[in-house]
Design a binder for this molecule. Structure first.
Ligand code: N01
Length: 540
């Protein structure tokens, strides 16, 4: 954007969108169609959000590429060609660039600009939005499209600053080429990022040491190039497929299971789990029976199946056992989709350090010292230690609502909002993929469209009716919080310490952060609210 023509406090815009990832770019497109002047502030050097920052070796989406893409433009669906079943980070970034160019989105995106503060002016009904470059704009509407996993967690490992070798974070991977050839490399963390990066780093490194605190359930992706015929077949019925996605429970299309795992006998279950394992789908095992996420005994049958697979792949039984998750039910932390993860531990230059028995004592100038007194000499350390999920990116901005109350104060005991979209006392401030919405439990490409479209329709409604403000009603917000908690309580999720509950961040309130009722039900609830003239919201 031309700085001279950039909006300032004296030349307000209608809307500010925070973040130029998949959500922010689509929100811009929609607001522009509505005729709103909109500026998107993006902290990164370029657009892409998650797919800009997470360019670590092996980074790839765990939702199939034909499903993990925008559905709003049938023409875009027809013209874009994915090359692999699961798209790599560079390919997804190319797709996002293509979309930005095709819909001429870049001219309203201001890069290298982080929104630091947003304060509501109650008299003028506008937000004053400040940035780290000193630019301030006023806007009637603000949409936080700043990501559900965009604030990396501080790993909190003592001595981190003393290390003299190279340090990398999967969530902030440099744009320049990183070579591990001939290097002794450590990876700390075995969540989805670590699970994807470890096999690829092992290909290059002279020695790889993985520091694992909690093993993950990782399922084989069976990634492969897409065949021309299957692309053509889907393109022929893309509109119908997109419709089915939108109406689905999680943003991907499948036949829902009808039986309990406990009704099936051992042989039947084994066959179902083998087929799911072979399908290469992240949710394949979850879809086998109705009660995998709601019944501990049913869940244990899947968990043990995955452990048996680990034992069959990893040749050293002690290593196989260390890699076997036993402290939480299957899928109560997000499972990972991998390519060659477990087999990597059969390689002679790959070592697994179990931090449960020998925790990291400190990082030293030369490497990592564990509690057994051993110093692991290293040239590079890769932190794959996760994110301050769902609330992190919103609370990173100093948001001041009505009466001078900050969002941080209001959410001190956990996030509160109505429909996961608007928090009472913070009018005209919407969130995409935020807490208490389906977000991370779904194919986010579908979820973000649903929320962006709801927000856009809501803003259109306000403008059509000469209204200036929408705020959540405190009672509706309390009901929504109780509803989200009640849906979660029907599952095994809330009892497990995970980033879903905020347990990975010291001091973060322990609340199950996502709406577990399914995107289909959530969509119905949001649509019903809009149809009823925005019940549970205060319009003025
Ligand atoms: O982060 P995580 P992630 N010392 O929080 C460990 C999405 N995603 O970036 O569990 C030692 O899952 C931590 O151990 P523990 C996906 O939704 C998608 O990997 O806290 N270890 C854990 O092993 C995913 O779920 C894709 O005991 C420490 C790991 O670091 C989400 O992002 C790809 C530690 C963090 O795992 C987050 O995944 C990648 C410490 N101080 C990510 N601190 C795809 O689409 C943390 N750990 C494929």
């Amino acid at each position: 954007m031309d700085i001279a023509a950039a909006p300032s406090a004296a030349h307000p815009v209608d809307a500010v969108v925070v973040g130029a990832g998949l959500s922010g770019l689509y929100q811009l497109h929609r607001l522009r169609e509505l005729g709103l002047t909109t500026v998107v502030f993006e902290a990164g050097d370029d657009i892409g959000g998650t797919w800009y920052w997470n360019r670590y070796p092996g980074a790839r989406c765990d939702v199939e590429s034909l499903s993990y893409s925008y559905s709003f433009s049938p023409e875009l669906d027809q013209e874009w060609e994915w090359s692999e079943r699961y798209a790599s980070q560079p390919e997804i970034l190319r797709y996002i660039h293509h979309v930005a160019d095709r819909f001429d989105l870049r001219r309203d995106v201001t890069l290298r600009t982080r929104v630091t503060r947003a304060a509501y002016d109650e008299d003028r009904h506008v937000w004053r939005v400040s940035t780290d470059t000193g630019r301030t704009v006023t806007a009637r509407f603000v949409v936080l499209a700043s990501g559900c996993m965009s604030v990396p967690k501080d790993p909190g490992v003592p001595g981190a600053g003393s290390f003299t070798g190279a340090v990398y974070y999967t969530a902030r991977w440099p744009r320049e080429e990183v070579s591990f050839t001939g290097k002794r490399v450590a990876v700390i963390g075995t969540g989805c990022s670590g699970v994807q990066a470890i096999p690829v780093i092992a290909e290059e490194a002279a020695a790889l040491t993985v520091f694992q605190r909690t093993p993950a359930y990782a399922l084989p992706a069976h990634n492969r190039p897409l065949r021309g015929t299957e692309i053509a077949e889907l393109k022929a019925r893309y509109p119908e497929f997109r419709r089915a996605q939108r109406l689905s429970r999680g943003g991907t299309v499948f036949e829902p299971p009808t039986r309990s795992a406990l009704e099936a006998d051992e042989a039947e279950r084994r066959a179902a789990y083998e087929a799911a394992w072979g399908s290469g789908l992240l949710s394949g095992l979850l879809r086998t029976y109705t009660d995998i996420l709601t019944d501990e005994k049913a869940n244990e049958t899947v968990a043990e199946f995955v452990r048996s697979k680990i034992r069959s792949i990893v040749t050293d039984p002690a290593t196989a056992e260390l890699l076997s998750p036993r402290t939480f039910p299957f899928a109560t932390k997000r499972p990972c989709l991998d390519t060659g993860y477990y087999a990597t531990y059969n390689r002679p230059h790959v070592t697994l350090v179990d931090l449960r028995t020998t925790p990291i004592e400190t990082i030293t100038p030369r490497g990592i010292r564990t509690s057994d007194g051993r110093e692991h000499a290293l040239d590079a350390i890769v932190f794959a230690t996760g994110f301050d999920a769902l609330t992190g990116s919103q609370l990173a901005v100093d948001i001041v609502g009505k009466g001078g109350v900050t969002l941080r104060e209001k959410w001190a005991d956990g996030p509160r909002n109505h429909l996961g979209l608007v928090s009472a006392g913070f009018p005209n401030l919407f969130t995409v993929l935020g807490p208490l919405s389906p977000s991370v439990l779904t194919n986010i490409a579908v979820s973000l469209e649903q929320q962006v479209e709801w927000i856009t329709d809501c803003i259109a409604h306000l403008r059509r009716n000469g209204l200036t403000e929408i705020d959540a009603a405190p009672a509706a917000e309390a009901d929504w919080g109780a509803h989200v908690a009640e849906l979660a309580a029907r599952t095994l999720y809330p009892a497990v310490a995970s980033w879903y509950t905020g347990a990975n961040i010291p001091g973060k309130p322990l609340v199950f952060l996502a709406y577990a009722g399914g995107l289909d039900r959530y969509r119905e609830e949001c649509d019903a609210v809009a149809r009823s003239g925005y019940t549970g919201f205060i319009l003025s």
